[in-house]
Write a protein that binds this ligand. Structure first.
Ligand code: PDD
Length: 299
């Protein structure tokens, strides 16, 4: 794997990066995270990721005790130690985790005065060329996306057991991703990405109130759609909308927009990635390059 890890401000190689078993992130899954990647060596959409990190933390009464500038400095220091990012020409995967911190075996917030902040950096691995060119199969899994009154799906929480179980079911079926419904039976999102379908040239994704993570790629695609002349909007979606779609794709920071061509044993659209998905992916990559090149010139 070859990761480089910043634990509370100190950089370690992966063998030496450790955290106490009394950290409530380990004991109770109390923590939040963000996954970013670089283009042109620059963490992409950094400000939006920091906003979501603080929003997630706020929803679990967790304080992120350092500012964005300091987080950015930790990213860069860890990338430098890893030989990635900035002028190296090698793109980085960056995961930041903020947990409740170390404390007694109690749920009392007062037990953990100091949150732990971990930054994991490794070489960015993109989905295979085959995934983009031929599309992937997903599985519609029976595990339901968290009810908003449990651990709200809006929180990008380290407590990922539900998603892990859903993805393990998808793996069992030989699928690239698992699609989850919400407790009302509507489509919500995938285990690690958001879901889009395309019908009559319009790209649609379930609304936030269907109970899902407000994906940053998802949100960015509304802007990309405007750039490339494709309507992108949210809409309540059901199984039949997916199965009867002209095209479908999934989105995330690490996957950009990967075409879906099969749902379990049903073929979607023509069975090949479609033109709307392609235009959106190309538009996304173009914008990512433009925005990060502008930052790279300033640094
Ligand atoms: N996953 N939905 C879920 C449940 C996710 O875990 C993710 C991201 C997304 C897409 O969000 P974004 O576009 O902001 O990456 C949607 C990241 C990549 C991860 O778990 O590492």
């Amino acid at each position: 794997m070859g990761a480089t890890v910043n634990v509370n401000g100190r950089v370690f190689d992966q063998e030496h990066a450790v955290i106490s078993v009394f950290d409530h992130g380990f004991l109770y899954g109390e923590g939040v995270y963000e996954t970013l990647r670089t283009y042109n060596g620059q963490p992409f959409l950094f400000d939006r990721h920091m906003r979501r990190l603080r929003a997630s933390a706020g929803m679990v009464a967790l304080d992120v005790p350092i500012g964005d500038a300091k987080i950015d400095a930790r990213f860069r220091e860890t990338m430098r130690a890893a030989g990635l990012g900035e002028s190296t020409g090698r793109e980085a995967y960056i995961r930041i985790l903020v947990t409740r911190g170390i404390g007694e075996l109690t749920y009392d917030l007062a037990a953990c005065p100091n949150p732990s902040i971990v930054v994991i950096v490794k070489s960015n691995v993109e989905p295979s060329r085959e995934a983009f060119e031929r599309g992937v199969k997903v599985a519609l899994v029976p595990i339901v996306r968290n009810h908003p009154d449990t651990v709200n799906p809006r929180i990008k929480s380290n407590n990922l057991l539900n998603n892990a179980l859903a993805m393990q079911e998808a793996f069992k079926r030989g699928a690239y991703e698992g699609v989850m419904r919400n407790y009302k039976g509507q489509l919500a999102e995938c285990t690690q990405s958001n879901l889009f379908i395309v019908k009559n040239g319009v790209a649609m994704t379930p609304p936030l109130d269907a109970g899902l993570l407000p994906g940053i790629t998802r949100e960015f695609l509304f802007e990309v759609g405007a750039d490339v002349g494709i309507t992108v909007r949210d809409a309540e979606l059901h199984d039949d909308d997916l199965l009867g779609a002209d095209e479908a794709f999934l989105t995330s920071t690490t996957r950009e927009a990967v075409p879906i061509v099969q749902v379990d044993d049903r073929t979607i659209g023509s069975g090949s990635p479609g033109p709307v998905t392609r235009a959106i992916l190309d538009g996304y990559r173009r914008r990512a390059q433009e925005l990060t090149r502008a930052v790279a010139r300033q640094t």
